[in-house]
Design a protein around this ligand. Structure first.
Ligand SMILES: C[S@@+](CC[C@H](N)C(=O)[O-])C[C@H]1O[C@@H](n2cnc3c(N)ncnc32)[C@H](O)[C@@H]1O
Length: 264
């Protein structure tokens, strides 16, 4: 381990870390990441029923504290040319708005993702067919293609074999392509869809996932994507991907002294 307490984890190659982003984010080097592309739990599971002392707003604001934490950390670890994209929906939007204000980092844009698919919805209202993806930009970030607008159509298949909230790799690839940047971090990696998109585009990727089952699914998907790339493009062999737990050894292996790609 480095002998000071400064954050040392770097996003250098394809890795899935099984752990809590709240613990791992503070170990990542300041201004070291090009892009964070992530899909957090929307966590609007209101515990209060609106009848007692607490209104659901209190639950919203508790969620905002969680969002505020990782938003602030993302702001710290991104290079000035970097950016953060996060999925959200209209229910979680107020939570993001509050967190964003607290961190003093306004959203730059909010993309409407038209899923070309209509969800079941509730018994009385409209059936949902879109989700949102918000962009927070570093001071020197800009989207090169100035013709792009803030609506993107991309089919969300009704079959999601890897995760109930799985996002289309095609959409993630598009977000990566329009944003640029080599090192990509997903702090709520789920089944590793962002990692698969990164492999396909030759980007460096680190994914953090709390649930060990999903971390394992992500590992397998990313490894399959690497194998596919080798078949198609004959890329050289690389060390097998492992799900890693954030031990001191791991932090050292991800630090400035390089990485051996082994499971600790
Ligand atoms: C909406 S899902 C992501 C789905 C992903 N986009 C995919 O395509 O599979 C959010 C994920 O965040 C994980 N998660 C929740 N809290 C976390 C935390 N504190 N640290 C890391 N992962 C967390 C959940 O286990 C869940 O798999």
């Amino acid at each position: 381990m480095p002998n000071d307490n400064s954050p040392s984890l770097r996003v250098k190659e394809n890795r899935i870390i099984c752990g809590d982003s709240r613990e791992i984010l503070p170990t990542i080097q300041t201004m070291s990441v090009d892009l964070v592309l992530t899909d957090p739990p929307y966590s609007i599971n209101s515990k209060s029923d609106g009848q007692g002392k607490l209104s659901p707003w209190a639950d919203y604001m508790n969620s905002a504290m969680f969002y505020e934490f990782w938003l602030r950390e993302c702001k710290r670890i991104l290079k000035p040319t970097g950016a953060l994209w996060s999925f959200l929906n209209w229910r979680s939007f107020p939570v993001f708005a509050k967190a964003s204000c607290e961190v003093r980092w306004p959203m730059e844009s909010v993309l409407v993702w038209d899923k070309k698919w209509i969800g079941p919805g509730g018994p009385n209202g409209l059936r949902p067919s879109y989700e949102l993806v918000a962009l927070w930009a570093g001071p020197e970030f800009s989207i090169a293609d100035r013709s792009l607008c803030d609506i993107k159509r991309c089919l969300w298949a009704s079959a999601k074999p890897f995760h109930p909230a799985e996002k289309p790799v095609k959409l993630l690839r598009w977000l990566l392509e329009i944003s640029g940047g080599q090192s990509v971090l997903d702090i709520f990696a789920g089944s590793g869809s962002v990692g698969v998109a990164c492999v396909e585009l030759g980007r460096d990727f680190v994914g953090i996932e709390l649930d060990s089952g999903y971390a394992e699914v992500a590992r397998r998907r990313i490894e399959a994507a690497v194998r596919q790339q080798r078949l198609e493009f004959g890329a050289g062999a690389s060390a097998p991907l492992r799900v890693q737990r954030p031990t001191g050894d791991l932090l050292e292996s991800l630090g400035e002294h390089g990485s051996d790609g082994t499971d600790k």
